[in-house]
Design a protein. Structure first.
Length: 400
């Protein structure tokens, strides 16, 4: 057996006399560049005086920019950063400068060579001078596209499992729903045949049938959300989607004295394979706005504004705004977290907005944001015309 020693002096002498196995260890700069390539990460600095971004070679490669090209912050925002994520990047910059803290955030950018949309994770810190003033920002950026796709696939697997459970529940729900609808229809026919002419009864029986059909359709929509998303592309008019959703809640709007105003700016025909997701998200936002307005005591001022517009970046924006007083600032930063709800009295699960934002980002490659306005809250659904992430996942799986 080889002899060992615990004498510190002998161990130190042995280490000092050993020859390096790799000569490259003596060149930390080369190893640092190699480490950046292996981790798909780069380093950068923003000079706040000129707003020029000084980057490592790997940063050029990650964003598909020619080596040595001069890049300014405004150019990065306008040409590289996805429009839906520009606000995220700008808010991070402002926070680092004003609060002098480190910030981490994720954003999407377009590869300037291939045109591919990539996910990045950035860590930013302030560089201070002797007067404790921020003179520059420095940080690291890592390509996390593969990680996002893997996470997306995990979510897809979970959704598929939930879809199987929903199919079982739907099988048990449909029979009583059908029975309710048939009984209501029989009562309506009976009332007419006996010439009773009870218009109030007929109206309510028709409402029961309509709501039963609506619930059945809702079950189908939810099943589609949790089913396989690879469907053929279809052209859809966003205005028609909104009008159909408003028609479904028209009775409730009238009962609650809510005035609904829909503004449609330009041609809003979108080609997508995820129309059911757009419908599901808009439905959630409209229902939330109605519930908030119903909680408002003054019925004379209940207004629901829905705006549809085409964005300069080639995408679309759907805004759902109410004048119900807004969302508490403490809740505004948490409403998209799973299981967080402000509607305990309504038995809210805290999953509606979480699922909506997940669908907007992962399936539609858009975004869902919320902000308070002068009179209430406004939810903004961004729908860019980008390659669907699911297609990238499928292509990668097939290649493997």
């Amino acid at each position: 057996m080889p002899q060992t020693t615990n004498n510190p002096v002998q161990v130190l002498q042995k280490i000092q006399s050993a020859k390096p196995n790799v000569e490259g260890i003596q060149h930390p700069q080369e190893l640092f560049a190699q480490l950046q390539r292996l981790t798909k990460a780069g380093i950068w600095t923003i000079d706040l005086a000129t707003m020029q971004i000084l980057v490592s070679e790997e940063m050029y490669r990650l964003h598909g920019v020619p080596l040595g090209a001069t890049v300014y912050y405004e150019e990065f925002l306008e040409k590289m950063c996805i429009p839906e994520d520009r606000k995220i990047s700008e808010n991070a910059r402002i926070k680092v400068i004003t609060q002098k803290v480190e910030v981490q955030f994720d954003y999407r950018a377009t590869d300037q060579t291939t045109g591919e949309t990539k996910w990045f994770s950035a860590h930013v810190a302030p560089l201070l001078n002797a007067q404790n003033e921020v003179i520059a920002l420095f940080g690291t950026t890592q390509d996390i596209t593969d990680r996002q796709r893997q996470e997306y696939q995990k979510i897809q697997d979970r959704l598929a499992s939930m879809g199987e459970m929903l199919n079982l529940l739907a099988h048990h729900w449909r029979q009583p729903l059908s029975t309710i609808s048939v009984v209501a229809s029989k009562l309506e026919v009976h009332n007419q045949l006996n010439n009773q002419g009870d218009s109030y009864l007929n109206e309510n029986l028709e409402e029961i049938q309509r709501l039963s059909q609506h619930l059945s359709n809702t079950i189908n929509e939810v099943r589609q959300v949790f089913s396989d998303v690879r469907r053929p592309q279809k052209s859809m008019d966003l205005a028609n989607i909104i009008q159909a959703l408003i028609a479904d809640v028209q009775k409730r709007l009238e009962t609650s004295a809510i005035r609904c105003v829909v503004t449609n700016e330009g041609l809003n025909t979108i080609t997508t394979q995820h129309g059911n997701f757009i419908r599901s998200i808009c439905k959630e936002l409209i229902q939330n706005a109605i519930e908030a307005l119903e909680d408002r005591q003054d019925k004379l001022l209940r207004v629901l504004n829905i705006r549809i517009s085409e964005r300069g970046s080639g995408g679309y924006l759907i805004e759902v705004e109410d004048n119900a007083g807004g969302i508490d600032e403490g809740s505004l930063t948490k409403i998209f977290e799973p299981y967080y709800t402000t509607k305990m009295d309504r038995n809210g699960t805290g999953l509606g907005l979480y699922m909506s934002r997940m669908l907007a980002i992962l399936h539609l490659q858009g975004n869902l944001e919320a902000e308070n306005t002068s009179g209430g809250a406004c939810f903004k659904l961004y729908l860019p015309q980008l390659v669907d992430l699911v297609d990238k996942v499928s292509d990668k799986d097939q290649a493997a």
